[in-house]
Design a protein around this ligand. Sequence first.
Ligand code: PEP
Ligand code: MN
Length: 343
Amino acid sequence: MLIVMKQTASEDEIAAVIARIESVGARAHVSQGDEVTLIGAIGDREHVARVEADAMHGVDHVVPILKPYKLASAQVRGGGRSVLEIAGRQVGGPHFAMIAGPCTVESRDQVMETAHAVQLAGASLFRGGAYKPRSSPYSFQGLGQEGLRLLAEAREETGLPIVTELMDARDIEPVLEVADVIQVGARNMQNYALLSEIGRSGKPTLIKRGLSSTLEELLMAAEYILKEGNPNVILCERGIRTFETAYRFTLDITAIPALKEMTHLPVIVDPSHAPGRRSLVPALSMAAAAAGADGIIVEVHPEPEEAICDGPQQLHTDGLEEYVARLEQAAAVAGKVLSSTPA
Ligand code: PEP
Ligand code: MN
């Protein structure tokens, strides 16, 4: 961190900043220019973060040198990419993961029918929410533990690993029993207590970008999980709020190559929630795959017209094979192969 002093800074003010740096266990490097004095705070990240010189007398501004995230940064792996192993399926590197399933678990028939259909179509993992983050407290909130039980049954029948959302740290035990990957929803991306708890569990985690979050904020959220010793984090772009009202959210395709430069973590895309309608989902899926995403998480339902939530955007189980065939071609453009069978 570089502390730029005001032109008018006194000797005492400079000395106070140096003393502050040394008091938190960092080292000060003073560079006396013709007009201003620059003071570098050198040391490990946790010490330097405690300098907090912005509000001190005589300080003009502070320039951070290090990125605020460390474990998530691309530099930490020297340009290498993380490849996650989830119940024998790989996510990241040359592998393209197709995570598919209903928005929410509604009934045994619906879950089993969807699980079998997506497995046949070549899905790598199965998704389904038992705990649902709904905008209205009056809407269906998910089947909870009964939903988890049905997901476990779907895994037993199809062998597909399960991705399901954890909203409340109080539900972590039953979710850990069933989930192969915990989903952190967009609305919980900055629930730091939940992220730390998940980090301590060690369970692979898919974290969705918040509705109005920057990529740096997404990486800081991932950092909470990584810092607890859990390296198994997947990032997910799912659309952000913009001024556009023709669809629900704007899928930020730029986030895919940009995140690839910023982090070693796998980056996947949810092509369902941004458009909010089925007709747009295939195009966004292909765009994501061709742009180098490590996978997609897409909503699929046997009867979307009857779905309890997100019906308009869910793909029909019928016709999924053709969608997957096109997806494979788009992924191939980016040099990736669908990881549908256990390694
Ligand atoms: C979902 O995946 O069903 C969901 C609610 O997603 P998000 O958190 O991105 O809105
Ligand atoms: Mn949904």
